[in-house]
Design a protein around this ligand. Sequence first.
Ligand SMILES: [Zn+2]
Length: 611
Amino acid sequence: MQRSRLLCVLCLFACTAVLVAAPPETTLDPESLLPPVMAWDGASRSWIAATDDPWRTPAEASDFRTTPDYDTTVAWVERLVEASPRLHKVLLGDSLEGRPIWMVVASADGADSPEALHASSRPILLAHAGIHSGEIDGKDAGLMLLRDLTVSGRQRELLEVASFLFVPILNVDGHERRSAYNRMNQRGPDEMGWRTNAANLNLNRDFAKLDTPEIRALVRAIDLWRPDLYLDLHVTDGMDKQHDVTWGFHGPHSWSPAGGAWLEKQLDVALTRELEAAGHIPGPHIFSLDRRDPAQGILQWIGGARYSDGYGAARHLPTVLVENHSLKPYEQRVLGTYVLLATSLHTLGESGDELRAAVRSDQQRRPSEIVLGWGKSEVPNPTPMPFPAVEVRLSPSEISGSERIEWTGRKVDVEVPVFETTRPLGKVEPPPAYWIPAAWPEVIERLHLHGVTVETLSEPRKIEVDVYRLGEPQYGKEPYEGRFTVKAEATLERTTQILPAGSVRVPVDQPLGNLAVLLLEPASPDSFFQWGFFHPVFQRTEYGESYALEPLAEQMLADPELEAAFHRRLEEDPAFAANPRQRLEWFYERSPFFDERWRVYPVARELATGD
Ligand SMILES: [Zn+2]
């Protein structure tokens, strides 16, 4: 007795020790691992506050060596908000560890609510930093800009033409998991936060499924505050290159053709021009097909609806995924983000009306087919793209047994083939509406959160619909974002259903109809189905006993057609013929006892007139 208790205490001690263990002490200098830094001295340095300015941001005060922690950031924002009637701080929600997620509302009229903000017709920019909290450039750039929009007055006129919603830190819990060793391929700041939230979920994979409180809070804010343009601020690694600020977005081929065209013709052009004028090296957010050599081709990647840029396109909110290059010094990256944010406000002021007209046209579009996702084009664009690369040196490596890759820091300008991400991967014809039975409240709740309009049945209703019968499920081999994803073949069948009160009708004929299709069609990679919300339908829950199946089969064999089919199966399939249980099951599956809901996807498609 005494001995087993001792073991338990030991075990408890050991487990606790593992949970609270700090990382091993080290003097390793992360900078010593990185390729040489490229000299930079851009005109954007003129935006840095003077050393005697009482409104220097914490990053400026450290010469961009450090970034402030959560408490210091919030305290600095609060001091600024108190000093300027143009600013308000609003709560979006709380993180898993209970930290408030704050958004600053900056407007010429000092609006503190969505109604007050929309009382003015000025276009609205929403930007957040730290969805991946190690990539925190946007926070320190945004603090500088908030200051210059208000107390310093240096960019005061920007708020006359556009309003600014700014979330300094979205992944607040990840932000406080600070270390010098969180981002191996990134040059500064000295310590930075962690990529995922406190439950190890990646917020930039959560836009469709809405499992995390952080993205739920953000999506609720998007629905309430209705921004015209949305920027998601990151830092990316990958190969070395000269670009310091890069970005990507869904263009005119995608779910929001008019908004995509505005991003391409207005914002992209303005950002490139202004960043170059400020001494930066802007470019598209790309992946190199060969990580050592961009000349082998680059891919312009865009995200599906689980990512901010894909989600924005799916719901007709023009969205840009900003990716600063991790090997550039922190100061250069923060200043580039500052120019990008200020230019976005200025561009909204200049062509906000055009953008709003584009978004309205996307919201009113009712395409007869909706593409479920895009893949890499099979052939590159006819014209290669000039690319400001960095020289790479390859040598044998005794450590890896392969080759050692060294970026030398020497600039080399090359031409690279570009593969677009515009090849459709599957399409569906949207029905007039979807019907979701009351038994699936998690899905219904998430549609409400997205802002999708649904009609709830107050009494049961019998309706003829099309449903998908699902084939053999193929589950992901390991958990992905905390879920086991699933795919299955799906074939349509006509049937009559009685939908209980509390079931909902989701009309596709609404501004968020495109998003509803992507969330509800089982072939869509970001559908609730593929994220695993409907796993129970794959489970069989009733069976027949042999003593009852035997007389059932005898009665059914009176049907000559069925008898012929049974004997054909016996002749053609020896494994079947040798399996008594399968032989009896064959009759059960064809009997009225069989579960007619097994492997039927519960979300039904309403019939079109004339179907
Ligand atoms: Zn990121």
